[in-house]
Design a protein around this ligand. Structure first.
Ligand code: PGA
Length: 260
């Protein structure tokens, strides 16, 4: 894992966007793994800016989203379908047929989940996966105790997650209880992973994921087993990292390192 600490959310978002743009420039038909939530909004905004001002081209790429609430139609403002179109897809040039988001309204979840896994495989696997982290340490909707071998499936959300996400709904009772989510095992197969976290309320989860023991109680800690994960955090989310000075030192010394 490599940890990049930025002072502000905006700087963090820009640093992460550079990594996505680099992947896309090197491989125009890259497969991107997309995330929702408040965390990646700045990253999407920066990618849209790069598309408009620097001609960053998405015309050949394919995307797979991590998760979706069960029961919300795609037109529901809190569905992840709606979120992705409003905040990203409608502003860039990804062909609609190259966009995959788990269905929250299928009448056969096991078959859909299997199909979703197969589509990822058929498209050559995910080149770069964007992730946020829940305050309970989850990645996608892989709540505590999700197996590190888990695949795309239906999950019951933790009450902590329902509480955290209630801010987006009129009433807490409106938050769906179930979601369809890529598994930890699915995520670990991505070639490159970038995890973003901002704000004080993520500081404990970030420290546990990066420096704590590898445990299914914090599913983000599985990323310690992944060979190419970059963690982008802002100042408040970095406050509980014991090795913060070391991560900053690495970035400072990197330009002088012998080329590998
Ligand atoms: P958030 O959600 O970006 O809205 O904080 C992150 C997550 O639960 O993965």
């Amino acid at each position: 894992m490599e940890v990049f600490i930025s002072e502000t959310y905006e700087e963090m978002s820009k640093a992460a966007a550079k990594v996505v743009a680099k992947t896309l420039n090197a491989k125009p038909d890259a497969v991107l793994g997309m995330a929702t939530g408040s965390t990646p909004l700045g990253l999407y905004k920066e990618l849209v800016r790069m598309h408009r001002e620097e001609a960053l081209d998405f015309s050949q790429c394919t995307t797979f989203n991590l998760d979706e609430y069960v029961g919300l139609p795609v037109t529901h403002e809190q569905s992840y379908h709606y979120f992705m179109h409003e905040n990203f897809f409608k502003h860039v040039n990804i062909p609609l047929q190259n966009i995959y988001i788990p269905s929250g309204t299928t009448d056969n979840y096991p078959a859909f989940c299997e199909w979703y896994e197969t589509r990822i495989e058929e498209c050559g696997g995910i080149d770069i996966q964007i992730l946020g982290i829940g305050s309970d340490g989850h990645i996608a909707f892989n709540e505590p105790t999700s197996s590190f071998n888990s695949r795309t499936r239906l999950k019951t959300l933790a009450e902590q997650t329902i509480d955290d996400n209630a801010r987006f709904f009129e009433k807490r009772q409106d938050v769906p209880i179930y979601a369809i989510t890529m598994g930890v095992g699915t995520i670990l197969e991505a070639e490159h992973i970038i995890l973003l976290a901002n704000g004080e309320n993520k500081a404990d989860a970030v420290a546990a994921a990066v420096e704590g023991p590898v445990t299914s109680m914090i599913t983000a800690s599985a990323l310690q087993l992944h060979p190419e994960t970059d963690v982008f955090v802002d100042g408040p989310a970095a406050t509980k990292l014991q090795m913060a000075d070391y991560y900053n030192w690495i970035q400072k010394m990197k330009p002088g390192a012998p080329q590998m």
